[in-house]
Design a binder for this molecule. Structure first.
Ligand SMILES: *Cc1c(COP(=O)(O)O)cnc(C)c1O
Length: 382
């Protein structure tokens, strides 16, 4: 039965395949012995293979060993977990922060913990799958509002009864690269006494001076705002956090199932995140380079008439008419030394090549991409 289903997926151009590297993550990678310029990573600041971070990791392994060996509430936690939480709280400007094992675990653990059957959840229709799953695991009443549509959100909020409310949104939407209207969302949350839960996976280390989406909008942390972020993207490590009031993190320690029933992050990933946060604060030029590279890429795409849709960030979609076109273009780019993967239905409604530009790209890398896209267009692939 499953082989038949796999064949069906394959015939629709929907089969997903794992492509493993034989090099470290970075602006160029090696796959199947072939060196490729990589426009499909979330390693925005090039920290996945940073020398100083590697040394911090080696030191942590020497002192604390490899695995955590237990959940945080048993013997899995070490001083490094606490130090990282303090650093994140300071970085994000919150009273407290709690480490979780991944962005997926953070959303699927925290959203159900923060909402009971008397909670109305309001979720943007383009929120990340981990938020969707977190909502589904919760006992709350789920309301999906149209993407970034505040009128639709207010219309839905008016219909709610006496339930508590929580508004959940990506800060940067991971497939479009556009940014949620957080000033309006904050005002609406405040007016309705709602919590505002922001998934800052692609904002942390990218927006503002790296502190994320609130800073980008000139907003400050407040007790009703919960900032979730990942350590797996710009931070170049692994894991996630909730930065919020001490009441919220304290409550999550007691109720979030993905926190309680899972082994703590291993020492070396925690050490890597600590060093990465230091580097982000000490080397602001990395974020500068990221945004300069984005400018260069956007300029190049405009010059050859490619529409970047709603993108406002280093995530830049090249929209295509169907799944096959997106696969064909991705294959063409691969043959021309560019790694840029197709994102298909059902992950997105409009198939696309999702480009992510990073601080590690050179001007020449970006021009190579533009040249390849120009050729693809001459071959009528887009
Ligand atoms: C990547 C991502 C996650 C999941 O984070 P992981 O640490 O990779 O599990 C959650 N939310 C958003 C918006 C993401 O882009």
């Amino acid at each position: 039965m499953f082989s038949k289903r796999l064949k069906e997926l394959s015939s629709k151009g929907l089969l997903r395949r794992i492509k493993d590297r034989s090099s470290s993550q970075g602006s160029t990678i090696i796959i199947d012995g072939k060196r490729l310029i990589n426009f499909s990573s979330n390693d925005y600041l090039g920290l996945c293979s940073n020398h100083r971070i590697k040394e911090a990791v080696l030191h942590a392994v020497t002192v604390f060993g490899t695995g955590a060996g237990a959940s945080r509430l048993l013997s899995g936690g070490i001083e490094l977990h606490q130090r990282l939480e303090k650093l994140i709280a300071d970085f994000k400007g919150t009273a407290s922060a709690l480490l979780l094992n991944s962005g997926y675990a953070a959303n699927t653990g925290s959203i159900p913990a923060l909402s009971d059957k008397d909670t109305a959840i309001f979720s943007d229709e383009l929120n990340h799958a981990s938020i969707i799953d977190g909502c589904r695991l919760s006992r709350g009443n789920i309301n999906i509002y149209r993407h970034r549509d505040m009128d639709d959100l207010m219309r839905l909020m008016k219909r709610k009864g006496r339930e508590r409310a929580i508004i959940v949104t990506d800060s940067v939407f991971s497939m479009n690269g556009d940014i949620a209207p957080l000033v309006d969302l904050r005002d609406i949350a405040l007016r309705h006494g709602a919590l505002l839960y922001i998934d800052d996976a692609h904002g942390t280390g990218v927006l503002g001076s790296g502190k994320g989406a609130l800073e980008h909008f000139g907003l400050v942390p407040e007790p009703f705002i919960i900032q979730m972020g990942t350590l797996s993207k710009a931070i170049g490590s692994y894991g996630a956090f909730i930065a919020a009031s001490a009441d919220i993190t304290g409550f999550l320690i007691n109720t979030s199932r993905s926190f309680i029933y899972s082994t703590a992050l291993p020492p070396h990933t925690v050490a890597a995140s600590i060093e990465a946060l230091r580097i982000i604060e000490m080397e602001p030029q990395r974020i500068q380079r990221l945004w300069n590279n984005r400018e260069i890429l956007i300029h190049g795409l405009h010059s050859i008439g490619i529409d970047i849709g709603p993108s406002e960030t280093p995530i830049i979609p090249v929209l295509l008419k169907d799944n096959d076109s997106s696969l064909n273009l991705s294959d063409f780019l691969f043959r021309h030394g560019i790694y840029a993967l197709a994102i298909r239905q059902p992950t997105v409604s409009t198939p696309r090549i999702r480009l992510t530009v990073t601080a590690g790209h050179t001007g020449e890398d970006i021009h190579a991409l533009i040249r390849a896209l120009t050729e693809a267009r001459n071959c009528r692939l887009l």
